[in-house]
Design a protein around this ligand. Structure first.
Ligand code: SAH
Length: 402
């Protein structure tokens, strides 16, 4: 029911619940809402008003989710239509213009809330774009989003990988398949001069962990002459970086046979890399690290990039134990003076807690270590200052005392 001159139905907040919106945080939780209309459909655009009738934003309504609405625009004059998506997508793509050239043909071109496009992620692998739609609002505007992406990037194919768990929270089924053009396998791209193949249809996430790009470059710089351990190696991102940086040896561990198969292929694809210096272990990392410890193996540089142990804060305690366990083992496996690049991509664990967990691991390992760098996602994964939830990838570069 329209109660004002707004172009969209009005979603009114409870008194005092407008503060986060005024700070430009884009989520409206169910508890903040005074009343909603049962007739509103998932993805409908609504105008968010404070309890005293001030217009705060236009947002996408999502009745199934605790995040009941996500802001499209804080400008009351802006309309949410095909033109809106053209403008936002073009802006996001333009911001990445300097991040792609002949030696970097992959890039995250849309990074959700931090690009003003809540629930929307798009990764570019050369001429192929992989799209994830994770909210009712994003789902509603699929066609417009795909058209905007194709126009702004000139991609030959836009392939949807909306098979992520978070869609369940929005009441959305998984969806996978080509939305524009058709997928021509194999899809390959170049990162830092190295060629990778990405399994767009079957890989994890959109197929590759582009967020680790700058951290792979750091590992590459640190690898010359080193014995390197790459735990949770996936398709070999850090392995290739270490080999390209002149590592003496690289042991890569992952539990996924498919991922390791692709990782080996990726090494072979780059003729200049010394494939004979790479050793592959298809195994549970927790068990394999213990085996290495029992055999008194030793490394100069270790990378720990585990999967999301804590998707939300509710999983934080169990996740903390898992992080502590692998970090403790990795620190023990390092030679004196060795370096550890350790990561958490868990939304439920913030940077301060992660550092505490790693400090606890060092203490229990009886190891003195110092932070020599803090690591995060690459610049194509921006974090809007008003949206701290966007900072999911945290990393520490540690030096073990000599
Ligand atoms: N570092 C990688 C990304 C890692 S993603 C890159 O830069 O591309 C996390 C990886 O951990 C996945 O490949 C997954 O298969 C693997 N994994 C998950 N649980 C595991 C376990 N218990 N032991 C070993 N590998 C595991």
């Amino acid at each position: 029911m329209l109660r004002s001159a707004e172009p969209y139905p009005v979603l009114r907040l409870k008194p005092g619940r407008e503060k986060s919106l005024r700070q430009r945080h884009p989520w409206i939780f169910s508890g903040a809402i005074a009343a909603a209309d049962a007739a509103w459909q998932p993805g409908d655009t609504v105008t968010v008003q404070s309890s005293d009738g001030a217009c705060l934003a236009h947002a996408a309504y999502s009745p199934a989710s605790q995040i009941r609405a996500r802001v499209w625009t804080f400008d009351p004059r802006e309309r949410v239509d095909a033109g809106f998506f053209q403008r936002r997508v073009a802006r996001a793509v333009a911001l990445r213009a300097t991040m792609q050239d002949a030696s970097h043909t992959a890039c995250r071109v849309v990074h959700g809330e931090s690009d003003g496009l809540p629930g929307i992620v798009a990764d570019r692998y050369a001429g192929t774009l992989v799209l994830q739609l994770m909210s009712a609002g994003a789902e509603r505007w699929r066609d417009e989003i795909v058209a905007a992406l194709a126009a702004a990037t000139g991609a030959a194919c836009v392939y949807e990988r909306s098979d992520v768990d978070v869609r369940k929270l929005e009441g959305l089924p998984p969806r996978v398949g080509a939305l524009h053009g058709s997928l021509t396998d194999p899809v390959t791209f170049v990162e830092d001069g190295l060629v990778y193949r990405v399994d767009v249809a079957g890989g994890q996430k959109t197929g590759f962990y582009l967020d680790q790009r700058t951290n792979r470059a750091i590992v590459r710089q640190l690898s010359a002459g080193k014995d390197v351990l790459n735990t949770f190696a996936y398709t070999g991102g850090f392995t290739l970086a270490a080999l390209a940086g002149g590592a003496k040896s690289v042991v890569s561990i992952d539990s996924s046979a498919e991922a390791l198969h692709l990782a080996r292929e990726n090494v072979a694809r780059n003729a200049a890399l010394p494939a004979d210096r790479a050793e592959w272990r298809e195994a549970d990392a927790f068990a394999e690290l213990r085996k290495l410890r029992d055999r008194a193996a030793a490394f100069d540089l270790a990378v720990l990039d585990p999967p999301k142990f804590a998707p939300t804060a509710a999983h934080a305690e169990r996740a903390a134990r898992a992080y502590k366990d692998v970090n403790l083992l990795a620190l023990k496996l390092l030679r004196p003076g060795g370096t550890l690049a350790t990561f958490s991509c868990s939304g439920g664990i913030d940077a301060a807690l992660f550092r505490k967990i790693v400090a606890g691991a060092a203490q229990d390992a009886g190891v003195d270590a110092a932070v020599i760098g803090t690591l995060g996602a690459a610049a194509d994964h921006p974090v809007a200052l008003a949206f701290p939830e966007g900072e999911y990838l945290k990393g520490l570069l540690l030096r073990k005392a000599g």
